[in-house]
Design a protein around this ligand. Structure first.
Ligand SMILES: *Cc1c(COP(=O)(O)O)cnc(C)c1O
Length: 359
């Protein structure tokens, strides 16, 4: 597909941009450009791809996303390599997962190559927005939503796909060495629901429990399964790994109610290479509490693109709180984080072919 390039009438001046990317935090500093591609069943599918200025989009008030939440997204990052070039980490996995989410939400799939081309184009265009802060990255947000003006309940026939970018520094405001989490009584996803799709509705449902977590001074919310309220699933936007004293590492299995994280899958591979016995098996909150008390559990890591690999130091719930290990970052968590970050930034050899240069 040909991309039309639309010039920006008034790009951000260099001084303002450089000030914005010096310490961008997460999710508030946006770059100048975006990609849009439209879908219309009546026009034979995807059409009108463009790379142009980032600007508001006009929507009909009856656009079905505004009523029935037909929306999906991805989250990925462009990293600065040791040689100064930029690279993406396993972007084909994001393209594939985007389409898996699309199928679950009755939305059209986007050819994987088109998804990747859209991402590469806007990243190359706004490379100057790469944050100057240590550990910074360009956070990439591809997303799609239903634009058709129609209030009946059925899959829409018109959609919009966009890619926007945000300069990103640290994800957690606290900057604490380990995060503390709040075990919510709310659930995130039920069997047969949309838990494995990266769709806005899952996040809407997590806002009240996340608000509770913040109000109690925690960094993230922990969800248990919706049926037995017993099995650990994941955090609001991160998967979990439990490191046992005997060397085993446990992560909850992909049963359709948790998001299949690409960081999760990468960690399973890296931990295996470290000689760890990694098991995708259910782990209960009671076991977690007991293993933390006995010392059989030595570390817990949370992982995802936004927060990379983050140690979990403390869990709080209606039943009281408990601490994992010494409450700080553990040895394996730090080692695996360094290895992953090293691969992403080109200082550790990429034996899996995970890293894709841009430009
Ligand atoms: C995106 C996401 C993750 C992490 O996935 P990555 O591919 O590792 O970034 C985990 N849980 C939820 C609910 C998510 O939306």
């Amino acid at each position: 597909m040909q991309f039309e390039t639309i010039p920006h009438p008034s790009p951000t001046d260099d001084a303002a941009r450089d000030a914005a990317i010096a310490d961008p935090g997460f999710g508030t500093v946006f770059t100048d450009h975006m990609v849009t591609i439209d879908y219309d069943e009546a026009k034979g599918g995807w059409h009108s791809a463009s790379l142009g200025p980032r600007e508001p989009i006009a929507l009909d008030p009856a656009a079905s996303v505004l009523h029935y939440a037909q929306e999906i997204f991805e989250g990925m990052k462009a990293y600065r390599m040791a040689d100064g070039s930029m690279a993406l980490f396993r972007p084909e996995e994001n393209a594939r997962r985007f389409n898996a989410s699309a199928r679950r939400m009755a939305m059209p799939e986007l050819p994987e190559e088109l998804f990747l081309e859209a991402v590469r184009k806007v990243v190359a265009k706004d490379a100057d927005w790469f944050p100057s802060v240590e550990g910074g990255s360009l956070y990439i947000r591809p997303f799609m939503f239903a634009t058709e003006a129609f209030l009946g309940v059925r899959p829409a026939k018109q959609y919009k796909f966009l890619v926007i970018l945000s300069a990103a520094g640290n994800y957690f405001k606290s900057g604490a060495p380990a995060v503390s989490i709040w075990q919510s009584e709310y659930t995130r996803a039920a069997p047969g629901g949309t838990g494995a799709a990266k769709t806005g509705g899952n996040y809407a449902a997590s806002l009240v429990p996340t608000g509770e977590a913040f109000a109690r001074g925690h960094d993230q919310v922990l969800f248990l399964d919706a049926v037995e309220k017993k099995w650990v699933e994941e955090l609001g936007g991160m998967n979990l790994f439990f490191v046992m004293r005997d060397g085993r590492v446990i992560t909850p299995p992909l049963t359709g109610t948790i998001l299949p994280g690409i960081t999760r899958e990468s960690l399973i591979a890296l931990l295996g290479e470290e000689g760890r016995d990694v098991r995708e098996e259910p782990y209960s909150i009671d076991q977690w509490r007991a293993d933390a008390a006995s010392g059989d559990l030595v570390e817990v890591m949370a992982c995802g693109t936004a927060a990379v690999v983050t140690p979990v130091g403390k869990v709080d719930s209606a039943d009281g709180e408990f601490v994992i290990g010494n409450g700080g970052p553990g040895e394996l968590t730090s080692k695996i984080r360094e290895k992953l970050v090293g691969i992403q930034r080109g200082s550790v050899e990429d034996t899996h072919g995970w890293v894709k240069r841009v430009g």
